[in-house]
Design a protein around this ligand. Structure first.
Ligand SMILES: Cc1cc2nc3c(=O)[nH]c(=O)nc-3n(C[C@H](O)[C@H](O)[C@H](O)COP(=O)(O)O)c2cc1C
Length: 338
């Protein structure tokens, strides 16, 4: 049996017999353990696709397909992601303060729609703990040969008026350790967060981060929501360019749950196949307005959907929900098809 068939016939049914979060935790625990074992990493390398290098924002990516934020929120399995063949990996979302996130259950599967809804609410160990972990990884010599991004968000208890300082706290600790930094202003699960996409708030945040970044000079990307209007997008692209943002990640999860039957609906952000068209539309709309690098995220499940993102104007791709449903064989399938 081929690797992807084994996943879909054997591993996925076993994982899907657990709750979504228990399955996630099991996967993370396994990959964390594998990250400390040379033998296990060798085994994971069997899934890795051929090299398809690409340089974006001064960074060289082994291939254009990365792991999207939220899978490895605390950066515990970075060597395993690299061994599996990802072109890059995005750790986080990390917030300045450690926080437990929302009450469980908070991740819901929709196999018929090939979708997930989550309202995790940035559960993570906080910037200090994650920084210590990343520093230890760098010092151990096990830092991978692929770019590692760090995705930053606002701590829930920090009032919106103090959001900039909250992001700066995390930026100061984590930017020096990362290859690139993402400002996540688009999660639907932290009250008020998406209002940071509004003009004055965004200008304030980006200017402060640009000042802080003068010493580190890391590429800073902005991750946006798919629920914005085109007028909002015009503003965001202009503000991003004015503040030397290195690229846009389009998009985060959506609040549009029209693909989900009302009786099964849950509060949270929807990801996966029903997000594909909308997030691809955003990639196209950004490309019409700007030559900024675009990382496309939303509903990539196979080679065809990956190619469509590239045709729409993406420079790099990220997968999350597609990886949950299709497994580690997905990377080779996509890279072979690009
Ligand atoms: C369970 C789950 C948790 C997520 N957590 C984060 C997060 O912490 N930060 C973030 O920027 N995006 C997060 N996302 C969004 C993904 O990074 C991605 O942008 C989105 O799911 C769309 O891609 P997909 O359709 O391939 O899943 C999360 C998504 C899921 C399904």
């Amino acid at each position: 049996m081929k690797a992807d068939t084994i996943y879909e016939r054997l591993v996925r049914p076993a994982l899907f017999s657990l709750s979504a979060e228990a399955a996630h935790n099991l996967a993370i625990r396994s990959l964390r353990a594998a990250s400390n074992s040379r033998i296990a990493l060798r085994q994971l390398e069997r899934f890795a696709p051929r090299p398809l290098p690409k340089t974006v924002s001064g960074l060289t990516f082994r291939n254009p397909v990365g792991l999207a934020a939220g899978f490895d929120k605390n950066g515990v399995a970075i060597p395993a992601w690299a061994a599996l063949g990802f072109g890059f990996v995005e750790v986080g979302t990390v917030t300045a303060k450690p926080q437990p996130g929302n009450p469980k259950p908070r991740i819901f599967r929709y196999p018929e729609q090939a979708a997930l809804i989550n309202r995790l609410g940035f559960n993570n160990e906080g910037a200090d703990v994650v920084a210590a972990r990343l520093r230890a990884l760098r010092e151990s010599g096990s830092w991978p040969a692929i770019p590692v991004g760090i995705n930053l968000g606002k701590s829930k208890i920090t009032p919106l008026e103090e959001a900039v300082d909250d992001y700066l706290y995390s930026f100061q600790r984590l930017a020096p350790l990362a290859d690139y930094v993402v400002l996540n202003i688009s999660s639907p699960n932290t009250p008020g967060l998406r209002s940071l996409q509004e003009h004055d708030s965004l200008q304030h945040l980006l200017a402060a981060v640009a000042r802080e970044n003068e010493s580190t000079g890391k590429p800073v990307l902005l991750k946006i929501a798919p629920d914005l209007s085109l007028a909002d997008l015009d503003q965001i692209v202009a503000t991003a360019e004015r503040n030397r943002v290195a690229g846009l990640i389009a998009t985060n999860t959506t609040l549009d749950h029209s693909a989900i039957p009302a009786s099964l609906d849950q509060t949270g952000g929807l990801s996966g196949r029903p997000l594909f068209a909308k997030s691809t539309e955003f990639v196209r709309a950004i490309r019409e307005r700007s030559s900024l690098p675009i990382v496309a995220s939303g509903g990539i499940f196979d080679a065809a959907s990956a190619r469509e993102k590239m045709t729409a104007g993406a420079d790099l791709l990220q997968v999350y929900t597609g990886y949950v449903y299709r497994g580690p064989g997905l990377l080779r399938e996509i890279v072979d098809g690009l």
